[in-house]
Design a protein around this ligand. Structure first.
Ligand code: RIB
Ligand code: CA
Length: 308
């Protein structure tokens, strides 16, 4: 039976690939896509989600969510994703229109109406998820798990201590990690091992499929930023959170306690992972540390064959 999932995203180059991976999978039933401000403004992440889905011929409810974090000003990442948030390929205007409903309403209603528990797959700041849990705490029992891209046990990519998604809205992340819902945390520890290399990008281009070529063009742009930081390839951050739901055996995790720093002068936005279990607190997350990269890249290649 297909797993019902909702993808909450801020497209974003890697978000776009995560969406395509999810919709190509026979294991997942993507009930809705919700968007949040993060990589770019909400207007741009919504437009990007619609454009990618329409380009791939996918029809699904796409609902806009939070335009800013719960309590902070928005941080965006044009240096990584460009002014559009999805620089690189040219997209024709989407025929797919946004839902008249907001993201929180769609998340709550989808969970309430689902016969099976729903898995949430957030790949941006956790604002929408936190707002849904605060406004309708009763939906927790209808949520199977939250498989998210965010955080890191060791290091950060936006500050020395914090990964972007968590840093943008630490208060939202604290609500999610404190919710008691099972969490898979696909942080930088695993996503930096989930890189796609140039020769593999060329394999996508040689598929001569319009969607695979679009993904190659996304990675051409995404790779420019990462090569400046010494990466051999492009880390496919967000697809890791989807890949874990499809094939958990592909990713090595450890059950650990995770808190979110919301007030440190140098550490705000850090996922404070109790790696040595010194606090003996509840292990609220399955933290990902490694991935079978070749199996992951094959999953991406196989997904592209699902599209024109
Ligand atoms: O730190 C990586 C994360 O920030 C990814 O989700 C990327 O899309 C950006 O949102
Ligand atoms: Ca993202």
């Amino acid at each position: 039976m297909k797993k019902p999932v909702i993808i909450d995203c801020d497209p974003g180059h890697d978000d776009a690939i995560a969406l395509l991976l999810a919709f190509a999978s026979d294991a997942l039933d993507v009930k809705a896509v919700t968007t949040v401000a993060g990589n770019q403004t909400l207007e741009k992440t919504l437009r990007n989600a619609l454009n990618v889905l329409d380009f791939a011929g996918i029809e699904v409810e796409v609902a806009a969510g939070a335009a800013k974090p719960l309590m902070r000003d928005l941080i965006i990442a044009p240096e990584v994703h460009g002014e559009s948030g999805l620089d690189g390929p040219a997209f024709p205007p989407s025929k797919l229109k946004p839902s008249k409903r907001g993201a929180v309403e769609v998340i709550v209603d989808t969970v309430r109406k689902s016969d099976a528990k729903v898995t949430l797959i957030p790949t941006g700041p956790l604002t929408n998820i936190a707002m849904a849990l605060i406004s309708h705490p009763e939906i927790k029992e209808g949520i199977e798990r939250i498989s998210l891209m965010g955080g890191a046990c060791f290091g950060g990519n936006w500050t020395p201590a914090a990964e972007f998604n968590i840093l943008v809205d630490p208060e939202a992340a604290s609500i999610v990690f404190g919710s008691g819902i099972p969490i898979t945390m696909c942080g930088l520890d695993v996503t930096h091992r989930a890189q796609i290399y140039e020769d593999e990008v060329e394999t996508l281009r040689k598929m001569n499929r319009k969607v695979a070529t679009m993904v190659a063009e996304l990675l051409d742009f995404f790779g420019k930023f990462h090569s400046r930081f010494g990466f051999k390839g492009s880390p496919l951050h967000d697809p890791c959170a989807v890949a874990w739901v499809i094939d958990p055996g592909m990713i090595a995790t450890r059950k650990l306690h995770v808190d979110i720093e919301t007030s440190g002068e140098f550490t705000t936005g850090a996922t404070v992972v109790d790696y040595y279990n010194v606090l003996k607190k509840d292990k609220n997350a399955d933290v990902a540390f490694d991935i079978d990269r070749e199996r992951f890249i094959k999953m991406i290649f196989d997904a592209m064959k699902h599209y024109d």
